[in-house]
Design a protein around this ligand. Structure first.
Ligand SMILES: Cc1ncc(C[n+]2csc(CCOP(=O)(O)OP(=O)(O)O)c2C)c(N)n1
Ligand SMILES: [Mg+2]
Length: 790
């Protein structure tokens, strides 16, 4: 057997012990059977109540059966972590079942409520899943950042570094490599010199719709090598290699090498007869090839011609075991989509399901008697007790628990608001982090910041100057050494606590996902804070969703935001992001107006992201300097700030009018309030720190049949009172308040693209200045009084 060496060289290596090979091949057969059966019974035997096809991917599972069996039942060690390509979930569940980590009940409820999930899910399938997958490309990318996080922890000795590091492994579909996030990640990984990373590409040359371009992978391996990766290509299995070694065997190899992907796939589907016809047509002049054809009947010829290395357990094991260093390695494993199933190679097989007749034939060929479909060893040629003993010795069975549960890091009892009469929330954020950087609080040591090239412009400068940038190696700040004056000190070292990324928001969220899973994945909590400009959340939105879907915990600071960043113009102005704060599961959104609110909320957030049932936290901040209130925040006000709203100016009971604002438009709201107070003496001014929290609590309280916070706040007003809501974002952020109390609502906000200008001009044009608030209040008051006739 060939063994891969650094630099892509290979050497002869001893073959895998025959016993082990036999066990693994038997268990591979069983995993294929179970995955196929799991999908079949969910679609054909479980009664359907809604007429929907249940689905499941028999072909995608079959394609990785050898690779995954080798990994899970032999190669993986407990510290290794894997992202399994989404459509191999059934095979993954089957292997976990063989390992004793998944129940039959859950398999029987595959894709049903509470059963094994359609795509591997950390939060729903539990301990067995290291990384959720589903949105192709993201699971692959996250392993790269997890590897970076592992280095971060080991180099800082936050986790023991006298044991071997885990390998971060992605089992990728070949079409996943069409996703741009993969290449963004590769580039970033190269910059950070990531190690201990395996990407195993299930190169079945099929995506969902079609057979993929022949020329693509000729480029892909060169690309990986360019980024410093080792590429190990697993192309031909042992049968084919033996055939190539025969007289004229080279002709056969050349023929297959030149065979277009589409033709190869079509012939896989057609079987022996199809192969024979084409080989006769093209290679009949070679006596050696004619001999091969004569010696094989259609069935064995089909087996020979589909003997790709990705389905050859011996070749796969050799290749995996040969890599013993930490160089990132990409295995390109040639496979066949649907291998071993009747629709193998057919271009339409992605969502294809075997029909009951095909299944019955398959069941017979697998030797599984009726009634023994879920049996772990039925139909295998080896004695069950031997297989059981083999499984009991696999590294993953011996150390089953894959998740760590480190204790929370206590947050400081209070975080002081920065001093200053006129401050923006962004400035305050920078100063708070700057002072945390100088504190010796244990929590500060666990903070890790990251930003996609907007570290300075989001105000992380003070923090980075004190805590430094993270790098595997010490790197001096050349500008500083050369005595060039700069406010930024950018020395890099393993002690650094800021991870600087290039401009790629998808990478930011994948890194936050990995940092936010440091506790469960590696055993040491990190408290990640990522910063970016608010509008560019959308650029990485799927990766953010991905991070949150797997319950990664982090703080996201998005600044500047809204049209309030005025001269920067429409391309940098965010409109709908607060609605993401409301609607995105796993994320609590805040938009404080004042710096003392931010101080309270940041402290709360540091605890929230560590709570068992907590969530990640999103702060929408602004660069607008705002006159700060002089006040002490007592416990009641703190609770209200965290809860999402409080009366900045309390209305008198039965008041006719109130203004509710969120964020930097506090100034306009206050000015309008002062102006209106003369006419409406009892009016109120409601500060909303979190439309998200307020909205969520409102719905939860409704469901419990209790008054919500929003309702309690608004109940001070006269029924039918006028309420103007105003925010520098889409008006829907707050307009729902019209349902939380008996008010006549006038929702102000921004509902089209911004443009350059200064704040007075833009607020006027978009209708969120004091005058617009006063006008809206007048109209709503008229409506309240019933003066408006249709
Ligand atoms: C971001 C995203 N876009 C689209 C899909 C729908 N989709 C599911 S699988 C698939 C193709 C997968 O092909 P490949 O990665 O080669 O997997 P395999 O051939 O092993 O099934 C597509 C487009 C998805 N899951 N995620
Ligand atoms: Mg594919």
């Amino acid at each position: 057997m060939l063994r891969a060496l650094p630099g892509g060289r290979v050497e002869e290596q001893e073959e895998v012990e025959p016993d082990k090979l036999a066990y693994l091949m038997a268990l591979e057969k069983k995993a294929l059977w179970l995955s196929t059966w799991m999908i079949h019974q969910a679609n054909h035997l479980r009664p359907s109540r809604d007429g929907l096809k249940v689905g499941g991917h028999q072909a995608s599972s079959a394609s990785v059966a050898t690779l995954m069996t080798a990994l899970y039942l032999d190669v993986m060690r407990p510290q290794d972590r894997v992202a399994v390509k989404p459509h191999a979930a059934p095979l993954f569940h089957a292997l976990q079942y063989l390992l004793g980590h998944q129940s039959r009940d859950k398999l029987e409820r595959f894709r049903a409520l509470g059963g094994a999930q359609a795509y591997p899910s950390r939060s729903k399938d539990g301990d067995i899943v290291d990384f959720s997958t589903g949105s192709v490309g993201l699971g692959v990318g996250v392993t790269l950042f997890a590897s970076l996080v592992q280095d971060y922890l080991r180099l800082k000795r936050l986790v023991p570094n006298d044991t071997p590091p885990g390998r971060m492994i992605a089992l990728a579909g070949d079409a996943e490599l069409d996703e741009g996030n993969i290449f963004e990640a590769l580039l970033e990984g190269w910059k950070h010199d990531v190690r201990n990373l395996w990407w195993i590409v299930d190169y079945n040359r099929q995506s969902l719709d079609a057979v993929v371009s022949d020329r693509l992978f000729g480029r892909i391996d060169a690309l990986f090598e360019m980024f410093g990766w080792r590429v190990v290509t697993l192309k031909y299995g042992r049968l084919l290699q033996a055939a190539f070694a025969r007289p004229d065997g080279e002709q056969l190899r050349e023929w297959i090498d030149a065979c277009p992907n589409s033709l190869y796939s079509a012939l896989v589907y057609k079987g022996g007869e199809g192969w024979r016809e084409h080989l006769r047509r093209d290679l009949n002049r070679y006596p050696g090839v004619r001999a091969i054809l004569d010696e094989h009947d259609d069935a064995t010829l089909g087996r020979l011609m589909t003997n790709l290395a990705g389905h050859d357990m011996g070749s796969v094991l050799d290749a995996f075991h040969a890599v013993t260093d930490d160089q990132p390695t990409c295995f390109i494993a040639y496979t066949i989509k649907g291998y071993g199933l009747p629709f193998a190679g057919h271009k339409d097989n992605h969502a294809g399901l075997m029909n009951p007749q095909q299944m019955a034939t398959f069941q017979e060929s697998m030797g599984v008697s009726a009634g023994l479909e879920w049996d772990r060893f039925a139909g295998l040629d080896l004695p069950p007790d031997e297989l059981e003993a083999f499984l009991a010795e696999t590294p993953l069975v011996k150390k089953a628990a894959r998740r760590h549960r480190p204790p929370p890091i206590p947050a400081p009892p209070a975080i002081a608001a920065p001093r200053g009469r006129r401050l923006s929330t962004q400035e305050a954020f920078g100063r708070i982090l700057g002072s945390l950087a100088t504190s010796d609080n244990a929590l500060a040591g666990r903070l890790v910041t990251t930003s996609p090239d907007v570290t300075v412009s989001t105000n992380l400068g003070a923090w980075v100057n004190r805590r430094g940038l993270f790098d595997r190696a010490e790197r001096a700040d050349i500008f500083r050494e050369e005595k060039v004056v700069s406010a930024q000190r950018w020395g890099m070292s393993p002690q650094g606590q800021h991870i600087e990324l290039g401009i790629a928001e998808s990478n930011l969220f994948l890194l936050l996902a990995s940092l936010g899973l440091a506790g469960p994945l590696f055993g040491a909590r990190l408290l990640p804070i990522g910063t970016l400009y608010d509008p560019f959340i959308k650029r990485g939105l799927d990766a953010l969703n991905y991070a949150l879907y797997q319950d990664a915990r982090f703080i996201l600071v998005a600044t500047p935001s809204g049209i309030t960043l005025a001269p920067e113009g429409g391309a940098h102005q965010s409109v709908l992001e607060p609605l993401i704060g409301i609607a995105q599961p796993g994320l609590v959104g805040f938009e404080p107006a004042y710096t003392d609110e931010l101080a309270v909320l940041l402290r709360w957030a540091l605890e929230e992201i560590q709570r068992e049932d907590g969530e990640s936290v999103y702060f929408r901040l602004s660069t607008r300097p705002v006159e700060q209130p002089e006040r002490d925040i007592d416990a009641a006000l703190e609770e209200a700030i965290v809860g999402g709203a409080y009366w900045l100016r309390e209305p008198s009971p039965g008041a006719e009018l109130a203004i509710a604002y969120c964020g930097a438009v506090a100034l306009e709201a206050l000015a309008a309030y002062e102006a209106l107070r003369e006419d409406v003496p009892g009016a109120g001014l409601l500060a909303i720190t979190s439309p998200d929290r307020l909205h969520a609590e409102w719905r939860a309280a409704l469901a419990r049949g209790e008054p919500s916070r929003a309702e309690r706040l608004l109940s001070v007003l006269r029924p039918g009172a006028a309420l103007v809501t105003v925010c520098d974002s889409h008006p829907a952020t707050l307009s729902w308040l019209g349902s939380a109390g008996p008010v006549n609502l006038a929702p102000l906000g921004v509902d089209h693209f911004g443009q350059s200008g200064d704040i007075p001009d833009l607020y006027r044009v978009y209708g969120i200045d004091a005058e617009a608030i006063i006008d809206a209040a007048a109209r709503a008051s008229l409506r309240s009084a019933g003066f408006v006739r249709q």
